[in-house]
Design a protein around this ligand. Sequence first.
Ligand code: PLP
Length: 392
Amino acid sequence: MSLKLASSMAHLGTESAFVVLARAQALAAEGRDIINLGIGQPDFATPSHIVEAGIQALKDGHHGYTPANGLPILREAVSADLNRRHGVHVDPNRVVVVPGGKPTMFFAITMFGEPGAEIMYPNPGFPIYESVIKYSCATPVPIQLDEANGFAFSAQAVLSKITDKTRLIIINSPANPTGGVTPKEEIDALVAGLQDHPHVAILSDEIYSNMLYDGRAHVSLLQYPEIADRVIMLDGWSKTYAMTGWRLGYAVWPEQLVEHAVRLCINDHSCVNAATQFAGVAALTGPQDAVTEMVAQFDARRKVIIERLNALPNVSCADAGGAFYAFPNISNTGLSSKQAQDLFLDQAGVATIAGTSFGSYGEGFVRFSYANSTANIERALDRIEKVLKDNT
Ligand code: PLP
């Protein structure tokens, strides 16, 4: 190509879930019966009272720009929701509303990332972390998450990697792609250890905070006032309210970073569209039954899929305490993650995602999303069982 791009473009990665989705859709268009266990979005519709609030906002004439950080009524609703769920008091002025979960990642990483800086991130983990760290030209420092530890973060492992160049640590619990949940004791130990490293900021991706099972309670990094001046807490509506396509998320920023975050919003997207923000208010202030029902359904499917995965030949699957993913170990099948992903899609007609799409330490694993009906999960596992028996 004769156009000269910035060299940083060569470092930008991607999220393979979208590539697999396109391939699965192309196969479906050819008439193949494809069961999609690849996609990371709830298979439920957005609850109707939320949809109605968005429609009503358009009818009421909310067609213009809003404040860049979000409507005050929405930021107040977020603050009240954080009080209800996590028992914390957050000044609504620290809430910055953005189009989805991803923009906060991009802003936090590019705010701290530059050549010579180190940013730590979970591996296997959401692929956009490593992608944007590389794009920022900072040095990515992986925190390897261990299957034997239920894919939880180990405070000691994180703290041992901090150097004077570390600027930002990204943690994510409940986690994508593993479903792992980090217990409170580890988070307590991490926060205690961080007292010795006041130069380090933390991005806590809590987008799955409503999806926890077996009586687990969410631990938010907002619950630690001793690090409130350097925690960025990311959450949003995509997963909790089945609103991935609306593009609505937020972060609570430390007071000293709010101005920088809002300036990034102004440069990047001005504001989230107004009708979506009104839908977001309805989601937080309206009945929560649909969330409870959705989480109950995920839990029932989780039990089915983990049992079925563990029954496959040469496959084992750790218990997953949160989100809507299972991350079985397929290394004893003799297949690589990518080979397993391709075999499952091409021969079984089941879309899954290779563990390596979530970082090098994902080799030997495949991500299954159980955002699909129990009947489809059972059908998918029947087919995978057959192809594994035929091919390994
Ligand atoms: N964080 C994690 C851990 C995710 O898994 C996802 C989406 O899959 C996001 C953030 C991004 O969410 P959104 O679609 O709202 O940008």
